[in-house]
Design a protein around this ligand. Structure first.
Ligand code: FES
Length: 496
């Protein structure tokens, strides 16, 4: 029977993005059967796939360290994680060889049945001739079947992957993600870029309640929130306190746009401040463990420090890390908010955040590649969007254009270089706008650098006065309204 595999697992198996597989599907190079791929098609499309893939083995070591040792009681005499990983590999290979043999023999039996019918219908043959014909045919067919494509390696790797990572499919969206070790379903979902509904993350509020449609889950943390007997009978669980033992299908609430997320007010702790250059302050804040911020990448918050007037500021971090928030704040002399932040006596300040707000969010339904244009600290929300796109792992290509204006210089360049090094679908280009080379005058260079505008979505965060010129230039060059999202710099802090 042909073996099918989900898109997420296939991407992991051959080490490519989901977007790359989706593009092969669109081009007709891979067939899908109810959203799944044939394992044999995958092997033909990626013939270099090998079980010895070291990244997978390294990952296994990490997972074993983090998870298996926690699950097994310390007084049990168990093999170490490397030994377990090696044994799983051996078992996977044996399983794959056995499966392949069974499949070949099943094919042979089907062919044999047909051959018998064919010979029985041939009245002209004597019993001896029929036997000799059958014997010759059998020997030849057996040799051909045994010499057929050897796919044991990929089957072994897929079986191995099944042990190491269970797959979660969310209904009704159809979103999928893999869950490793003893991560909770909520943790793994957020890390994969999904905006699942939740509140406390520790079993108190019940907001992450979800219904298991199929598969097996396991409690990984106790919870105080009480599920009624009826709810338990219907399969309801708390996603923050359970992990998946087998592949599961779950009915769960997700946020799809900014209206699906409630406004929150949280007192956070200023954890760290960095000055990558004289013009920018990178503020790291931490929420309480039991009151994390739920937001969509690209949104902004109102920040209030002591009695100072609140300041709108875009979030520069990924919603997949909901406790650790980052903000890129322009250093403007005379701005009381900035001066208070830079005051060493207030370095342990408590900050009140309120939000989130804003619609500068990723269009997750779009299959197009992503283009980001960030002017100065517009890199903040753009960074949040890029990190979210990386967590989703669905964009085929990501292009970042960073522009610094007069009096400003680019910051966090190392971060961008690390993305370029780590991702083969990411490109970063930088520009310096000057009095004679304005931001608008750089747009033709950006467009000349890009192919096929129809296949791209544009996200630009620029100073408010440039919103109209940027929009009219891009729409005048073939970018439709559906392909364009614009945001004014929120960190427009003036001296007061
Ligand atoms: S998020 Fe509050 S109980 Fe799970």
């Amino acid at each position: 029977m042909p073996r099918l595999i989900t898109l997420s697992r296939a991407a992991r198996l051959v080490g490519v993005k989901r977007g790359a597989l989706q593009s092969k599907i669109q081009q007709g190079e891979l067939r899908t059967f109810e959203g799944e791929l044939l394992l044999s098609d995958l092997l033909h499309a990626y013939p270099q796939t090998r079980i010895e893939d070291t990244t997978m083995l390294e990952r296994v070591e990490q997972i074993m360290e983090q998870a298996v040792n926690k699950v097994i009681r310390p007084d049990e005499d168990t093999p170490d994680s490397n030994t377990l990983a090696a044994r799983i590999l051996v078992l996977s290979q044996e399983l794959a060889q056995t499966r392949q043999k069974a499949r070949r023999h099943a094919e042979l039996i089907d062919m044999l049945k047909l051959k018998f019918e064919e010979l029985a219908a041939d009245a002209g043959q004597t019993r001896d001739t029929a036997f000799s014909t059958l014997q010759a045919w059998f020997n030849q067919t057996l040799a051909a079947v045994e010499a057929s494509d050897d796919d044991t390696e990929i089957i072994a790797k897929e079986a191995f992957l099944r042990v190491m990572a269970a797959q979660v499919r969310i209904l009704p969206s159809g979103h999928e993600f893999l869950i490793e070790g003893s991560d909770s379903i909520l943790e793994a979902g957020l890390r994969s870029g999904l905006a699942l509904d939740y509140g406390c993350s520790n079993g108190n509020c019940g907001k992450c309640k979800a219904k298991v449609v199929s598969g097996q889950v396991k409690l990984v943390a106790p919870h105080d929130f009480v599920l009624s007997e009826t709810e338990k009978g219907l399969g309801y669980i708390l996603a923050c306190c359970n992990t998946a033992v087998t592949d599961i299908v779950l009915e769960a609430e997700e946020a799809f746009d900014s209206h699906d997320i409630q406004r929150q007010k949280i007192e956070v702790r200023v954890k760290k401040m960095e000055r990558p250059n004289d013009q920018v302050l990178v503020l790291h804040a931490k929420t309480p463990r039991t009151n994390r911020l739920r937001f969509l990448a690209g949104q902004y918050l109102s920040l209030q420090l002591d009695d100072l007037p609140p300041q709108d500021c875009s979030i520069a971090s990924c919603p997949c890390d909901d406790m650790n928030l980052q903000f890129h704040i322009p250093v403007v002399a005379g701005n009381p908010f900035v001066e208070a932040l830079l005051d060493p006596e207030k370095s342990t300040a408590r900050l009140c955040i309120e939000g989130p707000q804003g619609d500068f969010t990723l269009n997750e339904d779009s299959p197009r590649s992503l283009v980001f244009i960030a002017v100065d600290t517009g890199f903040g929300p753009v960074k949040s969007l890029i990190e979210h796109a990386m967590a989703l792992d669905s964009a085929e290509n990501i292009y970042l254009y960073r522009i610094s204006t007069a009096g400003n210089s680019l910051y966090l360049g190392n971060l961008c270089r690390s993305w370029v090094d780590a991702l083969d679908n990411f490109r970063c280009t930088t520009f310096e706008a000057t009095a004679s080379d304005s931001v608008e005058s750089l747009l033709p260079r950006i467009m000349a650098d890009l192919d096929d505008v129809d296949e791209l979505d544009f996200y630009a965060c620029v100073p408010a006065e440039l919103l109209d010129p940027v929009e009219s230039y891009l729409t005048g060059h073939g970018v439709t309204a559906a392909q364009l999202r614009l945001e004014a710099l929120r960190q427009n802090m003036s001296a007061q």
